[in-house]
Design a protein around this ligand. Structure first.
Ligand SMILES: C[C@H](O)[C@H](O)[C@H]1CNC2=NC(N)=NC(=O)C2=N1
Length: 99
């Protein structure tokens, strides 16, 4: 069973993401970020690369895509909130997006 992050772990693992454009989702223990790319192909290519990592780690984003924009929300459904997997995937998404 995946555990939700402690306060100390949030400071260590989530704060860097908050400093890189992520924000908390109101009413949920989750983080969100909007990525805007040059065009649809770049946006979808990002989603494709991210999907490979999500499947490898068995941890999947809640996301949607409109043209060149990708809206991402991360939370761990099995844990009912933010876990280390969300921090890990969030950092990976930033790297894949060139952030
Ligand atoms: C059985 C369970 O759905 C799987 O272990 C994985 C799939 N991907 C997942 N992704 C996310 N974000 N949270 C989960 O709890 C989760 N569980």
């Amino acid at each position: 069973m995946t555990d939700t992050l402690t306060e100390a772990e949030r400071n260590e693992l989530i704060t860097p993401l908050l400093e890189n454009g992520w924000g908390f989702v109101s009413g949920r223990d989750a983080i969100e970020k909007t990525y805007t790319f040059s065009n649809f192909i770049d946006a979808f290519g990002f989603m494709t690369r991210a999907a490979i990592w999500a499947e490898k780690w068995n941890h999947h984003p809640e996301w949607s895509n409109i043209y060149k924009t990708v809206y991402v929300t991360l939370t761990t459904h099995d844990a009912g909130g933010l876990s280390a997997l969300d921090a890990k995937l969030g950092a990976k998404l930033d790297k894949l997006a060139g952030g």
